[in-house]
Unconditional design. Structure first.
Length: 538
């Protein structure tokens, strides 16, 4: 049985990867692989229990790839063969190893090139194996150097003959008997980059449930003519593989934030809320602050918290009659309020900014509502981006999505707010709520909302809320006995908790690993939170 080293390139023509192979149908492919496939089937027939594709290739003196091709096309034909991928480690000669196995080791060549009368070292070094071979031959004590020789250092043989062990060992390995070499020899050859341990993916091929030595195409379709001709009776059919995974449709992937946003939308719609238009990231200070009765010297209104615009720097259109009422309310009060007693400036209100909350959209919506007489109760919600010039940390970016709910009706109280908050958070799967008095310039009373989080075993702030101040609502023209309750939270926080993401930069922004988006399952808000992704999953 002639051992054949795969990379000497003298493989038989058959089984080579001919042109246009991939257009052949599986059977023709197998037929094209016929010789190899048939050979393999016959060898399998003769084998007890199975055969290794690499060994078969060696036996048949052909490329391993040719046998792999035949295995694959036979596999495509159905259960003719079982083929289990194995990775076997084996020793292979490197290109230099090949050359030495053929031509002998560098040190042997050096030895052979030194005549009895010796050879000038300078000349020896010019030989192809000179440099490498000289030091090895020296360390093998095959040669010596006479530094004092007349015309410069001269090299002489020390021994009459030598055994080119390196070549012998490489030839042994080349013959597939590397295991006969001792670990020390092997690692020495590996260190000299003459031998390398390669992992060869081979197939352990065994008979399939429909094994036969003849390649017969297993039908995969039951066609009308088979039925009408009855030929289905003697045709082999490929068994259905009900365990086969479907091919994942190559579809777009919703970012987790958008998946959670749609669930919040669903909750609001189920509660009878209508979405407010929020298609303007740029807002005037008037609607973002003044209309909410937030005084012009309020700290949130300076560069440190808010992104003001250089161009367009000012809002041109403002409903001036309403603006006058807001001005008076801020500066002198009214509607039973003493106001803030400061000089309210229109220029300050005209300053454009990136909205810091979607409550500006609520102000616009409530103002539009106030213009419609008679007043009709409404329930509004918004979910959109807001921008804050805040210190960036693991949970804060300069922008996030605010979720806001607003209910306007006659005689609404803090009790109604607590009630609607309970209904809202219950739909989020959050039942244990606590309310903590808080302060917002535009709501009085105000409450922060906390929920006990099973997974995190602590009370988590899940939002803020309050009853809009009359100083905000009455200048709009809303009736006296109409009160408006509202609450807000972020979209990012619940999404991070649901998807077990601790750093907001893993969820939003240019550092997001898209695979996370692709792999992110649909997290039902009201379902138990997912365990944080373990390292390898992330
Ligand atoms: O979202 C927040 N927390 C939260 C919400 C849901 C949640 O769900 C889990 C699945 C179970 C988990 C956490 N917060 C609001 C609370 C904190 O994260 C807070 O530190 C950060 N807040 C943001 C503002 O940061 C400066 C979250 C954001 C926020 C805060 C207040 C409002 C909106 C968003 C508001 C309001 C408001 C008040 C009165 C009237 C109208 C609107």
């Amino acid at each position: 049985m002639a051992m054949h080293t795969p990379d000497s390139g003298s493989g038989s023509g058959s089984g080579g990867s001919g042109p246009g192979r991939d257009t052949l149908s599986t059977v023709e492919a197998a037929m094209a692989d016929g010789p190899v496939a048939e050979l393999l089937l016959r060898r399998l027939e003769a084998s007890d229990g199975g055969l290794d594709s690499a060994e078969l290739a060696a036996e048949l003196g052909m490329e391993h790839q040719a046998v792999v091709g035949a295995v694959k096309s036979l596999q495509a034909l159905g259960e003719i063969i079982e083929a289990e991928l194995r990775s076997t480690k084996r020793w292979e000669l490197t290109a230099e190893g090949e050359e030495i196995a053929r031509e002998g080791s560098h040190e042997a060549r050096v030895f052979r090139s030194i005549p009895l009368e010796g050879l000038a070292q300078s000349e020896l070094m010019r030989l192809p194996s000179g440099k490498v071979g000289f030091s090895k031959a020296m360390s093998n004590k095959w040669i010596r150097v006479d530094k004092s020789a007349a015309d410069g250092p001269r090299v002489f043989r020390v021994v009459d003959s030598m055994e080119d062990e390196v070549q012998r060992r490489l030839q042994l390995a080349q013959g597939g008997q590397a295991e006969k070499l001792g670990e020390k020899e092997r690692s020495e050859l590996r260190k000299r980059k003459l031998l390398a341990e390669v992992t060869l993916k081979t197939y352990w091929v065994s008979k399939g449930s429909a094994f036969s030595t003849s390649i017969s195409k297993q039908e995969t379709e039951l066609s009308p003519e088979m039925i009408s001709s009855g030929s289905w009776r003697d045709r082999p059919f490929k068994p259905y593989n009900f365990l086969a995974h479907g091919v994942l449709p190559d579809s777009g992937h919703l970012h987790p934030l958008l998946k959670v946003r749609s669930q919040f939308r669903q909750i609001f719609l189920e509660m009878g809320f209508t979405e407010m238009p929020t298609d303007n990231f740029i807002e005037s200070s008037f609607w973002n602050f003044d209309a909410l009765f937030q005084p012009q010297q309020h700290p949130a209104r300076d560069q440190h918290d808010t992104f003001f615009l250089r161009d367009p720097a000012e809002a041109l259109q403002l409903p001036m009659d309403y603006v006058q009422r807001v001005k008076r309310t801020h500066s002198q009060g009214g509607y039973g309020s003493q106001g803030y007693k400061y000089t309210w400036k229109l220029d300050e209100a005209r300053k454009n900014l990136l909205r810091t909350h979607t409550t500006s959209a609520s102000a616009r919506a409530l103002y539009r509502l106030a213009q419609k007489k008679p007043f009709t109760p409404v329930k509004y919600f918004s979910i959109d981006r807001v921008f804050r010039n805040e210190t960036l940390d693991a949970t804060h970016l300069a922008e996030f999505h605010q979720i806001e709910g607003v209910v306007a009706d006659h005689g609404l109280t803090l009790g109604h707010l607590m009630g609607v908050l309970r209904e809202f958070f219950t739909k989020l799967g959050i039942t244990q709520l606590r309310f903590k008095p808080a302060y917002n310039p535009y709501t009085e009373p105000s409450m922060e909302v906390f929920s006990y989080h099973q997974g995190l075993k602590k009370w988590v702030e899940v939002g803020n809320s309050g009853v809009f101040r009359p100083e905000m609502l009455l200048p709009m023209g809303l009736p006296e006995n109409v009160s408006v309750i509202a609450w807000g939270l972020s979209l990012e926080r619940p999404t991070m908790i649901k998807y077990g993401i601790n750093n907001i930069r893993d969820l939003v922004g240019h550092k997001v690993n898209l695979q996370m988006v692709y792999d992110s399952p649909l997290c039902r808000l009201d379902a138990e939170p997912r365990p944080p992704p373990t390292q390898e999953a992330a």
